[in-house]
Write a protein that binds this ligand. Structure first.
Ligand code: 13P
Ligand code: SF4
Length: 377
C-alpha cells in the first residue's frame, strides 16, 4: 500500500520524472534519415518477435513509420498488454510507458527511447502535491465521500493515490462513464489534472453548474466554501498544446469555408468544444477523417503531427490545422527523436537495455487497481 503523509509542500513542476537520463551517444546525433532507416529496419529484423514498437498518434512520421501499432494512449496500453514481446519500445510520453509497464507481465520490459519525453500536464499534478491538497479538500467537505479520478495523462504514483482513496483512472473516451461510476460510490469527484476535460465531461453529464476549480498554485484559487458546495472539483491543470485553440479559430475556418467541419480533442477549452462538430480522443479524430467522404473539408484541433499524418493518410479529404501556422507540436512527444529510436534498438541487439521505464512495485500494484477499475466502466 502506498501511504502518503499530508504535508505542506513547495509546489514545483518536475517535468522529468525519471532521473536515469542518458545522453544520446555522439555517433547517433547527426544520423540522417537515409542513414538511420536501414539501421532501424535491420535492428527490428534481428530482434523479430522479441520487440514490439508502439507509436502514439502524435509521434513524428519517422517514428510511426516503424511502429507495429499506432493509436491513442488507451489503445496502445491495450496493445502493450496483449503483446508477447519481451521488449515494448514506446513511442510516446512517460505516463504512457508507465501504464504499459503496469499492465504488461513482469518479464516484459518497457523502453522509452528518450527519458525527456514528459507530458507537462502530467507534471501539473504530482502525487505529493495532490496528497497535500486532498487534506484541504476533504476538510472543506468533511461529511462528503470524495472520489478522486485521474486522467490517463498522469504519473503512476497519482494513479496509485487515486486507487488508495477509492478512485480510478479514465481516458478522454470514457471520462463520463468514470464520473458516473464515481457518483454511484460517492458524493463528489476530484478530477485531475485536466480542468478542460473535466469541464467538458461535466457538461456532457448536465452538471456544469456543479463545478468548483482548485488551483494549487494560487492561495486565492482554493476556496473551501466552493468545494463544499460543488459536486465536481477540477484541478487547475491544462495542456498547453490544446489550450491554444479558441472559438475564433473555429469561426475563421467556417467563415472561410461554410461547409468545413471541425473535430477537436476534449482537452480543448469549452468554447472550442461547443463550436466544434465532433469531439473525441485522438482515435476518434482518426476515425472521423477515415470515414469522411472524398472532397470533404475537416479542420483538426489537436497536436500538429496527427493533423499532418491525416493529411498524408487521407489525401482524398481536405484536412486543415484548426489554427493554421499557430498550431503547435507537443514538445514532450517531440523528444522521441528517431535517432534515439535507432540507438535503443541497436543497444537491444547488442544485449543492452537503455531507458527502461520501471514503476516501483508498491505503486504498480495500486495503479493497476485504478486502471482495472477504468476497464470496468
Ligand atoms: P489520447 O488519449 O486521445 O491519445 O490523447 C493523449 C494526449 O496526450 C492528448 O493530448
Ligand atoms: Fe501532454 Fe498535451 Fe502533449 Fe498530450 S499534447 S502529451 S496532454 S502536453
Amino acid at each position: 500500500m502506498v501511504t502518503m503523509e499530508s504535508a505542506e509542500i513547495e509546489t514545483d513542476l518536475s517535468l522529468f520524472k525519471y532521473d536515469n537520463l542518458e545522453q544520446l551517444p555522439t555517433a547517433y546525433r547527426t544520423l540522417s534519415e537515409a542513414e538511420r532507416t536501414p539501421r532501424i529496419e535491420s535492428a527490428l529484423e534481428t530482434l523479430g518477435d522479441d520487440v514490439i514498437v508502439l507509436g502514439h498518434n502524435y509521434q513524428r512520421r519517422e517514428i510511426v513509420e516503424h511502429a507495429d501499432f499506432i493509436g491513442d494512449s488507451y489503445e496502445l496500453s491495450k496493445r502493450a498488454a496483449e503483446a508477447d514481446a519481451e521488449y515494448v519500445v514506446f513511442g510516446g510520453v512517460t505516463f504512457m510507458a508507465e501504464s504499459a509497464d503496469i499492465i504488461t507481465d513482469d518479464d516484459q520490459t518497457v523502453i522509452l527511447p528518450s527519458m525527456e519525453a514528459s507530458c507537462p500536464m502530467a507534471g501539473m499534478a504530482e502525487a505529493l502535491q495532490v496528497d497535500a491538497a486532498w487534506a484541504e479538500i476533504t476538510n472543506a467537505a468533511p461529511e462528503a465521500n470524495i472520489i478522486p479520478i485521474t486522467y490517463m495523462n498522469s504519473y503512476a504514483d497519482l494513479k496509485a493515490f487515486c486507487a488508495s482513496q477509492g478512485g480510478l483512472v479514465c481516458t478522454s473516451s470514457n471520462a463520463a462513464n468514470a464520473f458516473e461510476w464515481a457518483f454511484e460510490r460517492g458524493d463528489k469527484i476530484l478530477f485531475l489534472p485536466d480542468k478542460h476535460l473535466g469541464e467538458n465531461t461535466a457538461y456532457d453529464l448536465g452538471m456544469e453548474d456543479r463545478i468548483a476549480t482548485w488551483d494549487p498554485w494560487d492561495p486565492e484559487g482554493k476556496d473551501p466554501e466552493a468545494v463544499a458546495e460543488a459536486d465536481i472539483i477540477l484541478w487547475d491543470g491544462y495542456c498547453q498544446v490544446h489550450e491554444r485553440f479558441t472559438a475564433d479559430h473555429v469561426r475563421a475556418i467556417r467563415e472561410d469555408d461554410p461547409d468545413a467541419q471541425v473535430v477537436v480533442h476534449p482537452e480543448c477549452r469549452r468554447e472550442v468544444v461547443e463550436a466544434a462538430d465532433v469531439v473525441g480522443s485522438t482515435s476518434t479524430i482518426c476515425e472521423t477523417i477515415a470515414s469522411a467522404d472524398p472532397g470533404e473539408t475537416w479542420a483538426i484541433g489537436t497536436e500538429i503531427h496527427l493533423t499532418e499524418h491525416l493529411q498524408r493518410w487521407h489525401p482524398e479529404v481536405d484536412v486543415l490545422a484548426l489554427c493554421g501556422d499557430a498550431c503547435m507540436d507537443c514538445n514532450a512527444m517531440r523528444q522521441i527523436d528517431p535517432n534515439y529510436l535507432t540507438w535503443v534498438l541497436e543497444e537491444l541487439v547488442a544485449g543492452r537495455e537503455r531507458n527502461v521505464i520501471e514503476v516501483a512495485p508498491e505503486e504498480k500494484e495500486l495503479a493497476a487497481v485504478a486502471l482495472e477499475r477504468m476497464l470496468e466502466v
